[in-house]
Design a protein around this ligand. Sequence first.
Ligand SMILES: C[S@@+](CC[C@H](N)C(=O)[O-])C[C@H]1O[C@@H](n2cnc3c(N)ncnc32)[C@H](O)[C@@H]1O
Length: 272
Amino acid sequence: MEDDVPDPEPLGGDLIDPTVATPARIYSYLLGGKDHSPADRAAAEKALEAMPVRDFARVNRAFLTRAVRHLAETGLDQFLDLGIGLPAPGSAAETALSVRPDARIVGVDNDPTVLAHARAHRGDPELSGATIVAGDVRRPAEILGNPEVRGRLDFDRPVAVLLVAVLHFVVDEDDPYGAVRTLMDAVAPGSVLVLSQVTADLDPEGIRATAKTYARSSVRTAVRSSKEIAAFFDGLEPVDPGLVLLSQWRPDQHVLAGDDRIGLYGGVALKR
Ligand SMILES: C[S@@+](CC[C@H](N)C(=O)[O-])C[C@H]1O[C@@H](n2cnc3c(N)ncnc32)[C@H](O)[C@@H]1O
């Protein structure tokens, strides 16, 4: 289910337009972060009328944290966090570094607010712990060729490729499946794909209303079925418990009653 609004102007370089809501700033608002404008707050509040999107953000972020902790504990020390977003607790960098202080994390985002924030705090690893570069998931070859990415991560060793709550902002005509394939082809055996994405399988009406809110933001949205999301893992070996609702992915004490009603699928899969 894709929205039918025309493709918005691409986020131009360093141009920050606070009057147009962006997913990164809406998400920051939903997670209790500090980086958002009145337009972002209005979009989030409108979405909250249709669906418990704050719970979506919390459940998603908790999955990211659990997945990164699991991977760091099982030996991974390189993380490519695509669509890293704005600083908020439970980030991949904070989590990976808490387990493995030697971990290397590169974040990529196409929202100029994320990049401006990263620039302002460059050299201050306590604030993000990640090297953050400009890049667009729709152009994976540019990300893979970026000298900062290459300089920080060793592609001859396993890398965790994170696409957490990003691919529902990449519509099919922008070939998200090809992007995932390109990224996973570039990493060494032993690498993993960590992925989550919104589904309409649980609440089609709520999702439709929420997608309309996001249609006025800087991006288009693509909500997918569990089958369509599973196709992102083609050619990879699912790590137990496979592709599931996020509340079912190695749950811990932070998974709350009712989280099984949150329509987000995700999982981790291994490149042999
Ligand atoms: C909902 S946030 C998720 C943040 C983080 N990955 C998490 O799960 O906690 C989505 C992020 O993806 C970024 N994003 C959306 N489309 C993108 C694209 N085509 N390329 C790179 N980043 C993108 C947004 O700017 C935003 O920071």
